[in-house]
Design a protein around this ligand. Sequence first.
Ligand SMILES: Cc1ncc(COP(=O)(O)O)c(C=O)c1O
Length: 286
Amino acid sequence: MKKSLTAYVNGRFLPLDDASIHIEDRGFQFADGVYEVIACFGGAFLDIEPHLQRLQHSCEAIRIPLPVTLPELESLVQQTYEKNPFTNAMAYIQVTRGIAPRSHQVSESMTPSLIITIRDLPMPSDEKLTEGVSAITLKDFRWGRCDIKSIALLASVMGKQEAAANCVDETFWIDGEGHLLEGCSTNVFALINGTLVTHPLDHRILGGITRKMVIRVAEKAAVNVEERPWKLTESGLSECMMSSTTSALLPVCRINGEPVGSGKPGPATKRLRAMIIDELEALRGV
Ligand SMILES: Cc1ncc(COP(=O)(O)O)c(C=O)c1O
């Protein structure tokens, strides 16, 4: 018999099918909560500290007190992983304001809900690496605090639906002037005249943990990095790439049906991805 996954729910480890949350949990009623996704390779979590710090930032931003300390949370994530020990895994953490009769009014006495699940982390297909992925752009219709990793992801779900309807992998949000902000679940970069360019950190994008890693790795490779608004129409744009915890760094070779640069993964993307994969393999002890 296939062994069930084990989830952590408010102090208890339970088989996934028995792990449930009250219908008056404010995460369900109002999307009143935040989340994190952390990758784990061979039992070692990648960048767990910045992920937990970002969770704390998201909680503070919407005034939810974290129900445990960060070291306690790290230990709970580790314990949940030990019950679901995939070679490549992703940990999902969700914190909501808790259970209360449905009312917009927030009471200070609510006890936050905390859940943790672990899943297998699928690796990108060979085709995505050799041919690159494709995307469309959509005018950003999300809320004004994209720096908070909110569980209110309806706009992102709609963006992904639009991508699927167009047979592409991702939707990149653009602002009123046509600057690329980020994807539904990725940050986006361009190589423009040899400089790696990405939108600066502000309320319009999520501060991706992988985005930070890409910038660090680029600087190590002596690639100039600029955090500034950019457009697809800029001259000298030769490559695009997108980053996330679940896919590291992928080449983006078609946007809105047009090839980006040569239409194939470019040398800078390949090099940066290889450097990141080296770091992940070192973590896995390969
Ligand atoms: C809107 C958005 N931007 C960027 C990212 C990438 O962030 P990270 O590298 O921390 O996974 C995500 C990940 O879910 C996201 O939802």
